[in-house]
Structures are given as C-alpha cells and as structure tokens.
Design a protein around this ligand. Structure first.
Ligand SMILES: *[C@@H]1O[C@H](CO)[C@@H](O)[C@H](O)[C@H]1NC(C)=O
Ligand SMILES: *[C@@H]1O[C@H](CO)[C@@H](O)[C@H](O)[C@H]1NC(C)=O
Ligand SMILES: *[C@@H]1O[C@H](CO)[C@@H](O)[C@H](O)[C@H]1NC(C)=O
Ligand SMILES: *[C@@H]1O[C@H](CO)[C@@H](O)[C@H](O)[C@H]1NC(C)=O
Length: 492
C-alpha cells in the first residue's frame, strides 16, 4: 500500500506556517484539530495532537532570519529529503540555533552531494525505498522521524529497513529522540475531574450502552473491528463511527466531521457520558499509544485497551486501564465490564489516579518531566524542531570528534557507527483481532492487505540494502533487486 505525503504532512506545514507567519497560539491549535480523527481515512496520520503542533519552534525556529551566504558557509547542512515535510517557512533553507551550535536546515535537494550536507532527514510516512538517495555517502547520517504506526510504512518495522538509519525519532522509548508520550500533554490532562457517576448511571438508564466505540478507519493492521464485532455479541456497545456503526451522534453538528473535531467540547462532553471506551490502536507496537488511550482517561472513562503491549509501563498507576489481552475471550471481558458496570466501588478504583497523589508511576512522571519538547506548551519547542536540533547537535559533535581524530589519531579514536535497531520501531507481524490467521479465508481484506504489506516491507528493506552494498548498483535498479528477492522467497 502506498501512502503519499498525506494530511499529517500538510497539517504540519499548515500549522508551522502559522507559526512562521504570526507566532503560535490558539489559531494554530484550531487548525491542527481541523480533521476529525475518527472520521478520516488515515487514522493517526491526519489528526495530530493539536497541542503538540500548537507550540512550534519558539525562538530557535520562528522568526529567525535566513542566513546570509558567508554566515551559513561553514555550518553543517541538514537536508530534509522527504518532499512534504520541511518545518520552516518560507524559503528552502533556514539557520537553526541548537544547544551545541548552529546548522542549516534545507530542503534543496541540490545540496545532496555537498560535503557540508551531514545528515539527510526522512519522514517515515513518505520514505520509499525506491526513492532513497543513492549511492549513499559515507559522511552523511540518515535520520528518521516517524511518530506514527507502521500503518503508513511497514518497511521501517523490519531490521533491513530500520538499520538504514543512524538516528531515529519514533514512538518507541528506545529511539534516539523518543516521542512515546506525544499525545499526552501532561499530568493535569489526566487529572481532569470526572462526570459524577450518578449522571452516567442516568445515561445508562436512558438506554446508553456501558461501552462506547468511535472509529471510522475500519480496515487496519490491528484488525480491531473483528474483535469488537465479537465483543458486541456479549455486551452492548454503542458505536458511532463508520466502523460497526449502530447509533448516530445526537446532533447534526456532531455528525458533521467538518465542524465537530475530536477536541470539540460538545463532542467531548458527549463522549464523557460513557463509563468505558473501547480504545484499540490501529497497529500493535511497543510504546505506540495515541489519543485513543489518553482521551478516555482525560474524560474520566476507563479505556478498554489493545495497543502497545508495554502500555502498563506508562499508566498513571497499576489500576487505570482494562487490557483486552488480559482476558481469554471477548465473553470473559464482557463479563468483567458488566461486573464493574454494576459495582460502583470497583469501578471508581480505576479512576483513583485522578485523586491528589494518585499518579504513582515514577517512570511516567519522569518521562513527562524530562522530555524537552512540549505538548500545548508555548515555551517549549515541538518535537519536530526538537528532533532537528537533536540531529544538529549530534552532527556538530561528530564533526568535533572527526577533527580531534584528524589532529591526533592516537588520543582521539574514530567514532563508532551509530545504527538504528528494530526496537526503534517495534511492530511485530500483524495478527488477527480475533481468531487464528489460518481460520481466516485468504480473500479476507485484512489478510490480503496487511499481511502482504508487512512482508513487502521486508522485501523492500532487503532490496535497498542490497543496492547500497552491491557494487553493481549503477547497473541495477531497485525493482530488479525487489524482483530477485521476491523470486527467492517463492522458492523457499
Ligand atoms: C498495585 O500497587 C499496589 C501498591 O503498590 C499494590 O498493593 C497492588 O497489589 C498492586 N495491584 C496490582 C493489580 O498489581
Ligand atoms: C550510519 O548507518 C550506516 C548503516 O546503515 C553505517 O554504515 C554508517 O557507518 C553509519 N554512520 C554513522 C555516522 O554512524
Ligand atoms: C471469499 O471467498 C469465498 C469462497 O471462496 C466467498 O464465498 C466469499 O464471498 C469471498 N469473500 C470476499 C470478501 O470476496
Ligand atoms: C566494491 O567496490 C569497492 C571500491 O569501489 C571495493 O573496495 C570493494 O572491494 C568492492 N566490493 C565487492 C564485494 O566487490
């Protein structure tokens, strides 16, 4: 499946333009939230946390004048290779000031062969093996920004794909510049007070189901609808999105995704009437957590979650979320939800983290405290500019090390190569949301699309690696290699 530079990139640019033109603030936030995540086709790809993008660049990017030639002459150049993403506006290049010094960020592809061009920056969604800048130059690092799930590019979840890169910024805590909490503005967001339980009980009496489902991106690697469909046989679920829809949102305004965004107060107020929210990510990857998880907690609902297998590590305490995979069957899960639905005291234990001192997970608290980028924080850079500076600082350090080594090889050894690892984009082969892969017919759309996509990602990584390492590179195209690898697999 080929996904071009989609809305995510446009959203980035749109908001960043706002920044460059007029600073940051509520206008930018509104813009970023302008797409309703639950109604759009690319799921996490289009809707960005409005907050993360509301605060852009601040001093180090916004309003910094473009460099003159002499001034920028010696600075390392960071070249954004992805056509859709360049977090500066206007123009093709901009001087950026970072902790260790300055660099020039550029999107001018003519800089590719320039000796000053030290790093190529790629946006994962756009990265295509067939479009990689080859031959690869030894002095250039490749840096990957990919905050999304592999839905947009399975190539990067395979060793041969991710090892093409030196520096990464992904949802994984193991990446060089982690974005695991990109959808969580802070602890105050989690502590937001809850709608009184008696009000929710009233909605239940009026016929609301205990569980809410709101999803309009229906065919995804995590195959979530297959599970939810089964769960619905055992407990009532009110489903308002396009997937498994059985109810309509209460007003025409809310039904119109052009007017009601996911951050719309009226929509949020409506969603908070439900005690449990089904929260299933579009793909299963360690540390990949989105607003599907955090928003219900913000609203005081209990997420019934399937997504990051390591999600427990990030929860405010050890009793704040119901994990689907803890239950041997949808029926058992339904029984448990029914039990909590009828037992207020047990239910409220899941919201204990909202009390003072209730957030006891030190790892979560530390991660929020130490990240240098902000979500909804005008005083901090957003992670896009933060990552750019991370790469700039890394390259400045690498240049210093090279100079030191050239001056005194005995005292200063060469730097070890820094190469990304599969843990930086840790998404195993997709499995069915319910049942066994063998029992699902071959013409099932999930099997046809996502399983194939996954293995094609591996092929592409191997083909690109072969091109980089094979001396016949000049004579052979990416597609030749891909074909060769495909034929080899056919014979296994
Ligand atoms: C959660 O943590 C508390 C206090 O540390 C402990 O007493 C309790 O047994 C834990 N519960 C679970 C389900 O692990
Ligand atoms: C970058 O990664 C490649 C492998 O993908 C490696 O050959 C190269 O040495 C690395 N460069 C640096 C500067 O670490
Ligand atoms: C899949 O194949 C079966 C029989 O081979 C057929 O009955 C069914 O309609 C097909 N389903 C789809 C989605 O094409
Ligand atoms: C590839 O070419 C380089 C020089 O261009 C050479 O040093 C190396 O040995 C060659 N590798 C193979 C596998 O032929």
């Amino acid at each position: 499946m080929a996904v071009g530079p989609t809305g995510a990139v446009l959203a980035f640019l749109g908001v960043l333009s706002v920044c460059a033109a007029s600073g940051y603030g509520s206008a930018a936030e509104k813009e970023a939230g302008g797409e309703a995540e639950w109604a759009e086709p690319w799921d996490g790809a289009v809707f960005r946390p409005p907050s993360a993008l509301g605060a852009v660049g601040v001093t180090r990017s916004c309003g910094t004048p473009r460099p003159g030639r002499e001034e920028a002459g010696d600075l390392p150049v960071l070249l954004w290779w992805s056509p859709g993403l360049f977090p500066h506006f206007p123009g093709d290049s901009e001087r950026i000031e970072c902790a260790r010094g300055a660099c020039v960020a550029s999107r001018n592809r003519r800089a590719l062969r320039d000796s000053r061009t030290r790093a190529l920056l790629f946006y994962g969604t756009d990265f295509r093996a067939s479009d990689a800048p080859l031959p690869r130059l030894a002095h250039q690092s490749w840096a990957l920004l990919h905050e999304e799930s592999p839905l947009n590019n399975f190539l990067l979840s395979h060793g041969p794909g991710i090892r093409l890169f030196n520096l990464t910024s992904t949802f994984s805590r193991h990446s060089d510049y982690p974005l695991s909490l990109q959808w969580l503005p802070g602890t105050a967001y989690l502590r937001r007070p809850v709608l009184p339980l008696r009000e929710r009980a009233e909605w239940r009496r009026r016929g609301y189901a205990p569980l809410l489902y709101l999803q309009s991106h229906c065919d995804v690697p995590a195959d979530r609808d297959r599970y939810v469909r089964e769960l619905m046989r055992h407990i009532p679920v009110d489903s308002y999105g396009k997937c498994l829809q059985n109810r309509e949102l209460p007003t025409a305004r809310l039904q119109d995704t052009a007017t009601a965004t996911t951050e719309d107060p009226e929509l949020l107020a409506f969603l908070s009437r439900y005690k449990f929210h089904l929260a299933l990510e579009n793909a299963i990857c360690n540390d990949y957590m989105t607003e599907k998880l955090w928003r219900p907690m913000h609203l005081g609902a209990v997420p019934v979650y399937r997504g990051s297998p390591s999600v427990r590590d990030w929860m405010p305490n050890n009793h704040s979320v119901i994990l689907i995979d803890d239950f041997e069957s949808p029926q058992k899960l339904a029984e448990f939800i029914d039990f909590l639905d009828k037992n207020d005291e047990e239910y409220m234990k899941y919201l204990a983290y909202k009390q003072p001192g209730g957030i006891t997970n030190q790892f979560l608290l530390d991660s929020l405290k130490h990240r240098e980028w902000g979500v909804n924080d005008p005083l901090l850079p957003n992670y896009l500019n933060g990552f750019e500076c991370f790469v700039c600082d890394y390259e400045l350090a690498r240049l210093d090390a090279e100079k030191a080594h050239a001056a005194s090889p005995g005292d200063s050894p060469v730097l070890e190569p820094h190469i990304a690892q599969p843990s930086h984009m840790d998404c195993p082969v997709p499995t069915p949301g319910f049942g066994n892969v063998e029992e699902i017919p071959e013409n099932d759309s999930w099997k046809e699309m996502w399983l194939q996509d996954y293995w094609q990602g591996l092929d592409q990584g191997e083909a690109l690696t072969a091109m980089i390492h094979n001396n016949e590179t000049e004579q052979r195209t990416f597609w030749d290699y891909l074909h060769e690898i495909f034929m080899k697999r056919q014979h296994l």
